[in-house]
Design a protein around this ligand. Structure first.
Ligand code: GCO
Ligand code: MG
Length: 404
């Protein structure tokens, strides 16, 4: 095999959509051969940049580009302490770039390299939200008109806005600032929302909801049982990763399909819930587990247990990362659904070759590798920004900080 080596590893942070995206470029000993990967951890992007520039780049320069698995294993093991989101995202950027290069060398799109297609189009779901039932319904109708048939329904993002009654929350004297929410008011507003959605739109759309780990175990069980009547496609992040063992009891008492995984960074977090079939959909954020190399293994592991994929795909993921997982979506027999948040015009300028969507299905192009470029000049027009973290400081009415 030719001795093409890694010549340099560069990292870029760009925010064409007002969200910091981290992109890795692996340059090789062949002047025109390079690859791109996604290393996007929006809330700690500077730490990811440091991990790449200070550790991975010096470690990998001169290594053959061909041995992706061995490079992945040495990137993962060489920090000794491992399986955290910062280092995993850094590893993902290099890993996906090497897969991009592998595809270019083979002159094949990534899905072909993985084993070819098991479907032609990738069914995607969008996020309907609003501050009132009417606004949510209008949003659903807009997506329906655009051809989407899977829609996540919320009223006031995570923890809800209970139809504008947030100010009714009674806090103690001197309570700290934060994104307060009231579990029971949230649960009640969501039940009422789905009553409206099902009566307005019937059963022709599949609907999901994201609890975003906001509820206690007991409230989650009661909530899931009440939601059964609406036959959700899935209920997401019903528990925090620290409480996944409770899925055993949820599974025994409710028919609601469960999706979990965007917060997973360590295989130990998904092994139990998958092997026990306590969940129906695995939802990891590919770069949070180290990129395409572990994700393809995870997809195959889940297939054995009948767990389908529903990779995390909000707007804090770059089009390169979205395309990489869409190639995996095309290949995986146990594909379930793909979360999708659309691309802005600015993003499409920065990332030529973004996946396209038509009538509720996404399509990647047939260029070799991941198939999405990166215009460094365009990217430079959107330098990293100070993100608004306020929503991450969630609190219960008494001011107790909770997972966001
Ligand atoms: C989802 C997720 C996201 C996360 C976000 C955190 O289901 O898409 O819950 O909305 O909250 O990616 O930065
Ligand atoms: Mg989520």
């Amino acid at each position: 095999m030719d001795n093409i080596t890694i010549r340099d590893i560069k990292v870029f942070v760009t925010a064409p959509n007002g969200i910091n995206l981290v992109i890795v470029k692996v340059e090789t000993s062949e002047p025109d051969l390079f690859g791109y990967g996604c290393a996007t951890f929006t809330w700690r992007h500077k730490a990811v940049v440091t991990a790449i520039e200070e550790y991975l780049c010096p470690m990998l320069k001169g290594k053959s580009v061909h041995n992706i698995e061995d490079i992945w294993q040495t990137m993962m093991g060489s920090s000794y302490w491992r399986n955290g989101p910062v280092l995993n995202n850094a590893i993902s950027g290099v890993d996906e770039a090497l897969w991009d290069i592998k595809g270019k060398l083979a002159n094949m799109p990534l899905y072909s390299l993985l084993g070819g297609k098991t479907r032609e189009g990738i069914a995607v779901y969008r996020h309907a939200d609003g501050s009132s039932f009417e606004e949510v319904e209008d949003c659903i109708r807009k997506y329906q008109e655009e051809g989407y048939r899977y829609i996540r329904c919320h009223m006031g993002t995570y923890g809800g806005n209970f139809g504008g009654k947030r100010q009714q929350i009674v806090k103690p004297e001197g309570a700290p600032n934060g994104a307060y929410f009231h579990p029971k008011m949230y649960m009640d507003s969501v039940i009422k929302l789905f009553e409206r959605v099902r009566s307005e739109f019937g059963w022709e759309i599949e609907v999901m909801h994201d609890v975003h780990e906001r509820l206690s175990m007991a409230d989650t069980l009661a909530f899931a049982k009440e939601l059964e009547q609406f036959k959700l496609f899935f209920l997401e992040d019903s528990l925090s990763p620290e409480q996944v063992n409770y899925y055993k009891y949820l599974r025994e008492q409710t028919s609601v399909p469960f999706a979990m995984g965007e917060l997973f960074t360590n295989p130990a977090e998904w092994m139990t819930v998958v092997q026990n079939q306590w969940i129906d959909f695995i939802r990891v954020h590919l770069s949070d587990i180290g990129g395409l190399t572990p994700a393809k293994k995870l997809a195959n592991f889940c297939e054995a247990y009948g767990v389908r994929t529903a990779w995390h795909g909000p707007n804090d993921l770059s089009p390169i990362g979205m395309a990489a997982q869409m190639h995996l979506d095309l290949y995986s027999h146990n594909f379930g659904i793909q979360e999708f948040s659309g691309f802005s015009e600015a993003e499409e300028m920065v990332f030529p070759g973004c996946p396209t969507v038509k009538n509720g299905y996404a399509y990647v192009n047939d260029k070799s590798g991941i198939g999405v470029g990166f215009d460094e000049k365009e990217a430079a027009k959107y330098p990293a920004i100070e993100m608004d973290h306020s929503w991450l400081f969630s609190r219960l009415p008494d001011g107790t900080a909770v997972r966001p």
